[in-house]
Design a protein around this ligand. Structure first.
Ligand SMILES: [Fe+2]
Ligand SMILES: [Fe+2]
Length: 245
């Protein structure tokens, strides 16, 4: 569903009750997309606020799915503009919403930036948003950021995987069943957006053990398929040091 003709923002349900809000922006040659994921439940959750300057566009899209005032959880993978830029604008709209992120992210950024105190999630911590449970995995420096983490919806086995598998381009479908690793490796070759960390393989293996059936990427299409296999292929590609497969 197109929600804004000017920006080309779309909202699509990519898994049961999980809506991808996608806005294309010309920030790299060939285009690029920024996704937020809205999970409709008793306590609606938004993963990634989008840039502050896109707030009216993101709000308009949220309102096509549910009243934004009902948001209860607003979080993101790590503290950057596309993950948390519009946090305070959203908190002003949704009085009961609580920001969340990694414990270290709350300490270093969120509680300084946010209008209201945030909930810091520990590694492996689970919480309910109504009919479904969410699990937080702390993934420091994978792909980047000391405060980096990944959110997993245990009911639909959707991994809200932030900047993992970042794909360039703008015209892609909301969901694909074709692998997204080749595209994200092209991006990694262009931008070198992975930290050169020592624990990358172990962290990606741990995410693979969740056996996600969807990888809900922040940039590009969401991937439906064998998420574990793709995560292990990504780990292998990084270990080889290759930036193109
Ligand atoms: Fe990032
Ligand atoms: Fe991002």
């Amino acid at each position: 569903m197109l929600t804004n003709h000017e920006t080309g923002t779309h909202v699509d349900e990519v898994a049961a009750g999980i809506y991808r809000i996608c806005t294309p922006l010309d920030v790299v040659p060939g285009g690029f997309t920024f996704n937020s994921y809205l999970i409709a439940d008793d306590e609606p959750l938004l993963f990634h606020t989008g840039y502050r300057k896109l707030f009216p566009i993101t709000l308009e899209a949220i309102r096509k799915v549910l009243p934004a005032e009902k948001l209860r959880w607003i979080g993101g993978s790590h503290f950057e503009g596309d993950e948390f830029g519009a946090l305070n604008e959203l908190l002003a709209v949704a009085p009961e919403a609580k920001p969340f992120g990694a414990e270290i992210g709350v300490l270093t950024s969120l509680n300084d930036f946010g209008l209201r105190p945030a909930r810091g999630l520990g590694d492996g911590e689970e919480f309910s948003i109504g009919s479904r449970r969410m699990k937080w995995l702390y993934t420091p420096h994978v792909p980047h950021g000391w405060d980096c983490g990944i959110l997993f919806d245990l009911s639909t086995k959707t991994l809200l995987c932030g900047d993992l598998f970042t794909q360039p381009g703008a015209g892609m479908p909301p969901v694909t069943e074709s692998e997204v690793l080749s595209a994200s490796e092209t991006m990694r070759g262009m931008m070198d957006y992975y930290a050169h960390a020592t624990s990358t393989t172990a962290i990606l293996d741990r995410l693979a053990e969740l056996h996600p059936s969807m990888l809900a990427c922040q940039h590009g299409s969401a991937y439906r398929g064998d998420g574990a296999a793709l995560l292990r292929e990504l780990a292998a590609a990084i270990a080889r040091g290759s930036a193109g497969i």
